[in-house]
Write a protein that binds this ligand. Structure first.
Ligand SMILES: N[C@@H](CCC(=O)N[C@@H](CS)C(=O)NCC(=O)O)C(=O)O
Length: 204
């Protein structure tokens, strides 16, 4: 098992999943990974994270994390397909990507990643408002529970929890106490790698 990663970014989801599952893996890490032909063979856009499992290439953090948890069912990190708990996991993953992360990432691209003359700071307020709407949904859901699905820690928390941390790091959760407490619970877990600010580490 080989994980191509850059920490701390969305690669951390795959790393945490592997650690929770106790699966040994080789790590190929760092900014130089973006230039590696072997990454381009896995991810058509040479993005991270990317995984090679027994020679088979896989990209997108959601697909990687789901595959890892599904292929190690004994760990109980993810409810099986066909259960209601799995439907709820799928719901939170889709919600995270479309209602929170898309906006956080669009801002990050316009703040750190695109060439300076292509950046559009005008998108920041709109993205912040949209991401906050999504984060507020998580905050309301977490009012009466510690974890997102079935009130037990699961892959859903590894996945969606990353976007929750990202929102907190961006100062978007000051009026979201349940989300803030949730991020603290995540970070208190012994294997949690979500401890640094994302934008500072996103490739320039
Ligand atoms: N939706 C993808 C996002 C992958 C992604 O954009 N990763 C960033 C690091 S967080 C990256 O590779 N950036 C380099 C680039 O955009 O060219 C996932 O969740 O895996």
């Amino acid at each position: 098992m080989t994980l191509y990663e850059l920490q701390p970014t969305r690669s951390a989801r795959a790393r945490w999943t592997l650690l929770e599952l106790g699966v040994p893996f080789e790590s190929i890490a760092g900014r130089e990974v973006f230039e590696m032909p072997e990454l381009a063979q896995i991810h058509p856009l040479s993005k991270l994270p990317a995984l090679r499992d027994g020679g088979r290439p896989l990209f997108e953090s959601a697909a990687i994390c789901n595959w890892l948890a599904d292929s190690h069912p004994e760990a109980g990190l993810l409810a099986p397909s066909g259960t209601w708990a799995r439907a709820l996991h799928d719901q939170w993953v889709a919600f995270t990507l479309s209602e929170i992360e898309a906006f956080l990432w669009h801002t990050a691209r316009n703040m750190f990643i695109l060439p300076e003359d292509e950046r559009l700071p005008a998108v920041f307020p709109q993205n912040e408002a949209a991401a906050k709407r999504g984060l507020a949904v998580l905050d309301a859901h977490l009012k009466d529970r510690d974890w997102l699905v079935d009130d037990r820690f699961s892959l859903t928390d590894i996945f969606t929890g990353y976007a929750a941390c990202w929102g907190v790091w961006q100062g978007m959760a000051e009026d979201l106490p349940h989300l803030t407490a949730y991020v603290e619970r995540l970070q208190a877990r012994p294997l949690c790698p979500y401890h640094q600010d994302v934008p500072a580490a996103v490739p320039a």
